[in-house]
Design a protein around this ligand. Structure first.
Ligand code: DGJ
Length: 733
């Protein structure tokens, strides 16, 4: 379809709300969607439409015939409504009254286009600019607001949403993601009812353990995976956020998204501009999976560090040895992952600390020098071992943190976040403190942690960047008294600046965002990070649920998913290796286990799985997702698949979730295939004595999508290996 972007269409008279004016319709179209706005000079910017692509010729007529909403409601002159922005002017006036004063659009080097509508206050020297960014190849619109103080005195910002979207009431359902440590990204689906629904974060550092800053709105009743008009919204911000849906006495739901203003009132100085983080919006008529595919593609193409590159298969040392790092065991783990076909070894926490060796989790953060007691030949010794094993080497750091037992804290107690006149509240180990990233000296320090490692050891291929504490007490030793309320925001500005510097100097290193597990699954961090750790919980059954939720907004290339030990260290559940592998293989496959404790049979299964994963990796990590049957539907099984962009290959996953005799599990119809193409089916990770009845046979995409394959509920194995668990991975070519 023809691409249109940001056309200004002169529309004829529109009449609404008791007055008549000439409209300037702004058409923000992506290949398959359109957003229409009206930017008539002298009027507030108005929202008209968001949904399926509208031919340009119709835009004016739609603008004429439909009602409109203020596209960015502000506080004061219609004070009874929820608003996106409220300010206090220097004279104490608490109102804004905005009118459009200009619209401009420009094309950036990468082909993306940004349209900016400027609204100015009718009396005060204060502007609000609303921006819309699109890409030629993508159905995502990024939108954000900017507040500009053109006056001579400071203006107090009390509310500063990134964006507002009105959604017509009807039978609208909200899909959101809640959870906590070890149970991240748990999906909640609910009808939107009158009242206010708030999804928020106040951790200060990590922002996706307890709630995610992404939601979907299903406009046609109960959310469905592959049908129904659906809007997706992802706030791209690493800090505290708030998503709010107000269902008031009108015909509309009012959706607001932005930085969480609680504890963050912001003083905008003379001549300053406050830029809010972007909200990524997408629309799909193809249900939630349709929204996921749009967002994943946008993420891989434009938001995720190296989003279109394949990730290495790794072994991480954490659940294998925890803090008990020893050189000989690192050597053994490297040899083992290499012999299984792995490509990278990551040494986790526990390798550092000279004066205070990191033997417990209560010391040494900040002292990023190698503990030569544990590693007599240092990092270079480990790098040599990696070279000898033909694999790459990665390392764990937690650079935003320190412990009160550390040389860093002894030298720079002024670097930590703590309120004046009070003892700091401390976290993990009773000693962990958060460094004040608003302080440029701390930013330099954090940069130098990475810089020193990567200049001293240029062979380091991967960094696991952890963050294991919230901002527990409010108080910056760096910010002035009148800017203390900026801490939560300045922390993330400092974080962003530091990561920008790191990426400018080290564009190629792979960096994982970890934050006590899944605390940093967010598009606010992914421009600098290649992937994130989904959860500290590696239990395969619980991972089916967590990865299901996570997959709504994040592609498999970002979802670190590791095979771990049985009994599982978090749940104590004993799950056979085959099932653990089949779940881990639906994300970015890795291992987190002491391989020497595995049986020969388990080792052989893993070796085979790694080899199979190399074949399917491009489809998993770069393909289109089709979720088929949700684990949340209580049908005893969950299933999903990835399809290559050309639809010539697909990987199908089937995980049985519970076991009852004569339970009638549904047959799963596939999706996303080319109906007219023939696909040959091959089972991966097979443990059955006999191949499945459809092994090696070819079926049309049409048959697979209308009928599906009959998956046996159990595995046909010898007596010793029988278990209640059952799972299948099928490769379709
Ligand atoms: C929390 C992370 O989520 C774990 O994977 C591990 O790296 C530990 N921190 C190390 O302290």
């Amino acid at each position: 379809m023809k691409l249109k972007h940001f056309c200004l269409i002169a529309a004829p008279m529109i009449a609404y709300g008791g007055f008549t004016c000439y409209g300037e319709t702004i058409d923000i179209s992506t290949p398959n969607t359109t957003m229409l706005l009206d930017a008539t000079l002298g009027q507030p910017l108005r929202f008209i439409y968001y949904g399926d692509l509208i031919p340009q010729a119709q835009a004016g007529q739609i603008a004429e015939s439909t009602g409109w909403h203020t596209a960015y409601p502000v506080y004061g002159m219609s004070a009874s409504r929820e608003t996106a922005m409220s300010v206090t002017h220097p004279d104490g006036n608490m109102t804004l009254d905005l009118a459009v004063t200009g619209t401009e659009s420009s094309v950036r080097k990468d082909g993306s286009k940004v349209t900016t509508v400027t609204m100015s206050d009718k009396v005060y020297p204060f502007d609000v600019r609303i921006n819309y960014l699109t890409y030629p190849d993508n159905d995502v619109i990024e939108t954000w607001a900017e507040a500009v103080n053109r006056g001579k005195k400071p203006v107090e910002l009390r509310e500063f949403s990134s964006a507002y979207l009105p959604v017509r009431r009807g039978d609208v359902y909200l899909t959101s993601f809640t959870g906590s440590w070890g149970n991240e990204a748990i999906m909640v689906e609910e009808p939107l009812k009158p009242g206010v629904k708030i999804i928020k974060n106040k951790d200060g550092v990590r922002n996706s353990h307890t709630a995610h800053s992404e939601v979907m709105l299903s406009l046609d009743g109960m959310p469905r995976e592959n049908e129904g008009r659906t809007i997706g919204a992802a706030l791209c911000y690493s800090g505290n956020y708030e998503l709010k849906i107000d269902t008031d006495d009108s015909d509309w739901h009012h959706f607001f998204a932005g930085i969480n203003e609680d504890n963050s009132a912001y003083t905008l100085g003379k001549g300053e501009t406050f830029v809010t983080p972007a909200l990524a919006l997408t629309y799909s008529p193809d249900g939630k999976s349709g929204v996921s595919r749009n967002i994943h593609r946008w993420g891989r193409d434009h938001k995720i560090a190296h989003g279109n590159d394949l990730r290495k298969i790794l072994l991480n040392s954490w659940e294998g040895v925890y803090l008990d790092i020893k050189e000989d065991e690192m050597a053994q783990m490297m040899a083992d992952i290499s012999s299984m076909g792995g490509e990278l070894f990551v040494m986790d926490d526990g390798w550092f600390g000279a004066k205070y060796p990191r033997t417990r989790d209560n010391s040494s953060l900040g002292d990023w020098t190698v503990d030569t007691g544990k590693l007599p030949n240092g990092i270079n010794g480990l790098l040599d071992m990696a070279d000898r094993n033909g694999i790459r080497f990665g390392i764990w750091i937690e650079p935003e943190m320190t412990n009160t037992i550390s040389e860093l804290y002894e030298q720079h107690p002024e670097y930590i976040i703590r309120p004046t006149n009070r003892e700091p509240v401390l976290g993990r180990g009773g000693t962990q403190a958060v460094l004040d990233m608003s302080n440029p000296k701390v930013q330099d320090l954090v940069f130098s942690v990475v810089d020193t490692l990567l200049t001293r050891y240029p062979r380091i291929d991967y960094i696991k960047w952890d963050a294991n504490a919230p901002i527990m007490n409010h108080g910056s030793q760096y910010l002035t008294a009148d800017r203390q309320s900026h801490l939560m925001i300045e922390y993330h500005r400092g974080f962003a600046k530091t990561l920008e510097r790191i990426r400018a100097k080290y564009p190629d290193v792979t960096i994982q965002a970890c934050a006590s597990g899944g605390g940093r699954a967010n598009y606010g961090v992914l421009p600098w990070f290649d992937e994130f750790w989904v959860s500290d919980n590696t239990d395969a059954l619980q991972r089916v649920y967590m990865q299901w939720g996570t997959s709504h907004f994040f592609p498999a290339v970002t979802m670190a998913s590791h095979i771990s030990a049985a009994p599982n260290h978090q749940t104590n559940r004993v799950i056979p290796m085959k099932y653990r592998i089949d779940v881990a293989m639906s994300g970015r496959l890795g291992m987190e286990i002491q391989p020497k404790n595995m049986t020969q049979e388990e080792t052989d299964l893993c070796r085979n799985a790694i080899s199979e994963y190399k074949t399917i990796r491009p489809v998993v990590q770069q393909g289109d997702i089709y979720r088929l049957l949700s684990p949340y539907d209580g049908k005893g099984v969950a299933s999903m698949m990835y399809v290559s962009p050309d639809k010539d290959k697909a990987v199908f996953y089937w995980w049985k979730l519970e076991t009852f005799v004569n339970q009638h599990l549904p047959r799963i119809r596939m999706a996303g295939l080319d109906p007219d193409r023939m696909y040959t089916v091959r089972e991966l990770n097979r443990i059955d004595r006999k191949p499945l009845s459809f092994e090696g046979k070819s079926f049309s995409g049409r048959y697979l999508m209308s009928n599906g394959l009959e998956i046996p509920y159990t595995h046909n194995t010898d007596h010793r290996n029988r278990s209640a668990w059952s799972s299948r991975v099928l490769y379709l070519e």
